[in-house]
Design a binder for this molecule. Sequence first.
Ligand code: DOR
Length: 309
Amino acid sequence: MTLRPAEVFRVAFQNPVLLAAGTCGFGRELSGVVDLEALGGMVTKSITMAPRAGNPAPRVAEFDAGMVNSIGLANPGMERARDDKLPWLADHLRRARVLVSVAGHTVEEYVELVRGMEAADGFAAFEINLSCPNDQRLGGRAFSLDRDALTAVIGRCRAETSRPLIAKLAPNDPDLVDTARAAVDAGADGLTLINTLPGRLLDPGDGHPRIGAGQGGMSGPALRPVGVHAVNAVAGAVDVPLIGVGGILNADHALEYLHAGASLVQVGTASFAAPRAAERIARDLARRRDLPAPWGASGRGGPSHASPG
Ligand code: DOR
């Protein structure tokens, strides 16, 4: 059985499963292992204006309920991403949709990134990463936690592109629902909920941080209830599509997010142990009956059964 394509923020997706930012580089890196065309789509590694080497090693450490990363936005910078990486995606992907993730240090940098990428081919939408917990220049503080900065980024970027703008928000936000409303009022066409949660793993012997930067972002199974809760809470407050991400290992987990009100999901941490996890989840979802809208037989429309917090 196959799913009927669904339109989400004006883009047609063949299924609801995307690879999350940071899990497949710019696609080519995983293309020998993963059938990207079997996915709803993929999000590129976040692009910054200047190339970034990233944070000190080790950058990733596992624990019993997930992992902590502090990659530090390692990426080739905007020009190389646009001129060397995007053309491969434009040439190779027909069915899977590409979202380009951008991350700045200042409002101006976000604007320059969107302006600089806009003329490139090979992608359908921007994911504005406002929630990296690992940017040492920002002291590990997510951009989306500053309301004025958040609305300025979205409002200014909105004027630079005709593509959908999807804002990726942080989980450690006591006012997440208000932040989501503010992002939508400023012009976001969708929201990705959520980025990783700031966390720290210590060596029990000597008390040393297990990742080089000390602090990192936690992902994996422990994050799933946080993500599902965020989607459920925000779905009742805004009327743009939501992308749910955090701890999805299988189709049941994806369904939790879809029932909470997400139109799409992203798979991140599961891909590190099993690069084809997202493909498997997409295939398994296609066999399920009664998927929530916009995927189910009842079809169109926005999020389904979001229930009060
Ligand atoms: O957990 C994360 N790690 N979230 C981000 O937004 C960026 C990434 C990194 O590069 O550190």
